[in-house]
Write a protein that binds this ligand. Structure first.
Ligand SMILES: [Zn+2]
Length: 441
């Protein structure tokens, strides 16, 4: 802060005072004063976003300079910075990466967009849209787009998200039509399939495809729907056809292929309504889990394994797993996955890809549930950057906790998600089929 000498405790006081000022509202001030207040706070949100962008770009530059001084190879400099920004913003590492890319583009290449954000003419999201649409351009063209669209912030007045994005796209296309086409070709590499929960125990299965493939899949499903005549709706026929063609099974037999289900034996065998949990999806109602198991039992093609997961009687925290598998590490990996459910970095939520040693194996860390941590690929990679430390513990509620210490010395803590506290007996993992055989035995 130019020329001002402020001690740390002064800084904390100033921040607290600012927060008090920001959150105080005076209802008797009248309606127009309240509207004025809302507009004013919106401007401050934009200004805060601009301040975060400047700080993020400065952190990245400082870290890279320090790493260059200590001889870190160029390709490895700045690794993990996005994850630190994510933790500080209570956001996922994937978003942290976007925040940092956005910050560097604004601060180093798009001064007009940054100013428009600072003054409140743009929201953080609209500034992000402009950066995104200009990402495919060479730096001179990006600067030209920045000046043309945001040089006069008054021109942004009244423009909504879609218009801002369209204006940026139109300028980018005019400046460098080839870059936009090249970007379309590159985007094909991003094709993927993802899954996320929908309300009422449904799920969204989303495919991101090149437009030709996406359209042909959709057309094939519609063609099938045109042939229907059995009382199902078009949407139902299309969904059933999708399931049949992808899994090779009739949609009416809802047997999951290799779906891991975690549930208490009370839920499985009794009428208990404690939710079950599908690995990689989340909780499902007890009755739905029972129906999945029952329908799988009549399907001879279901291969099955059974494992007990021991939950702490009071807290429901998963504390151990009986291992019947021959390869212990595999059973351990499965246990860590059931216990952690998702990447253990705070706010991350990504699916587990690695069973990580908190204390690295090379430095004497053991291959145990205690030292193990479910981690996504990105977080696992970030933690390998210099200055990160992770330690694990079991707290007084028997919950497995992990503490992440970043290169700047910030500490963040994550606990394994609690299982339903109602569970007092061992949990049972069912790769459906054998569970009921065990019951019969
Ligand atoms: Zn992660």
């Amino acid at each position: 802060m130019g020329g001002l000498l402020i001690s740390l405790s002064d800084n904390v006081n100033i921040l607290e005072h600012m927060c008090d000022t920001l959150t105080s509202v005076d209802p008797p001030a009248g309606e127009s004063a309240l509207i004025e207040r809302i507009a004013e706070l919106e401007r401050m949100k934009s200004a805060a976003a601009a301040g975060q962008a400047r700080a993020a770009a400065a952190l990245d530059a400082a870290r890279r300079a320090a790493e260059a001084d200590s001889g870190v190879p160029a390709a490895r400099r700045g690794r993990g910075v996005a994850n630190e920004i994510a933790l500080a913003r209570r956001d996922s590492p994937a978003r942290g990466g976007r925040h940092l890319g956005f910050a560097k583009a604004l601060v180093h290449e798009m001064p007009h967009t940054l100013l428009a954000l600072e003054s409140g003419a743009l929201s953080e999201w609209r500034a992000t849209l402009i950066v995104r649409e200009s990402a495919c351009l060479q730096i001179e063209d990006r600067r030209a787009l920045d000046a043309e669209l945001c040089g006069d912030p008054a021109g942004l007045d009244g423009m909504g998200d879609a218009r801002v994005a369209a204006a940026a796209k139109a300028i980018a296309y005019r400046l460098d039509p080839h870059a936009v086409v090249d970007r379309a070709a590159k985007a094909e590499n991003e094709r993927t399939v993802t899954i996320r929960p929908a309300p009422d125990t449904m799920t969204y299965l989303t495919a991101l495809l090149p437009v030709a493939q996406g359209v042909s899949v959709y057309a094939a499903l519609r063609r099938q729907a045109d042939l229907r005549g059995d009382g199902r709706s078009r949407g139902q026929v299309m969904a059933d056809t999708l399931v049949e063609r992808v899994t090779g099974r009739e949609a009416a037999v809802p047997a999951p292929i290799g779906v891991n289900l975690v549930l208490s034996d009370e839920t499985l065998l009794g009428g208990d309504s404690t939710p079950a949990d599908i690995s990689g999806y989340g909780p499902i109602p007890a009755a739905v889990a029972r129906a999945m198991v029952a329908s799988a039992v009549v399907d001879r093609r279901s291969r099955a394994t059974l494992r007990r997961l021991y939950a702490h009687p009071r807290t429901g925290a998963l504390v151990a797993m009986e291992s019947r598998a021959r390869l212990f590490p595999r059973a351990l990996a499965a246990f860590i996955e059931f216990r952690d459910q998702r990447c253990r970095t705070p706010y991350c939520d990504a699916p587990i890809r690695h069973r990580d040693h908190a204390q690295p194996w090379a430095r004497g860390g053991s291959t145990t549930a205690h030292n193990g941590l479910g981690s996504c690929e990105r977080c696992n990679y970030a933690k390998e950057a210099g200055g990160w430390r992770v330690s694990t513990n079991i707290d007084e509620t028997h919950t497995h906790t992990a503490e992440f210490i970043t290169p700047t010395g910030c500490r963040y803590r994550s606990g394994a998600p609690p299982r339903a506290p109602a569970i007092t007996v061992s949990d049972v993992e069912v790769r459906v089929g054998v569970a009921l055989a065990r019951h019969a035995a």
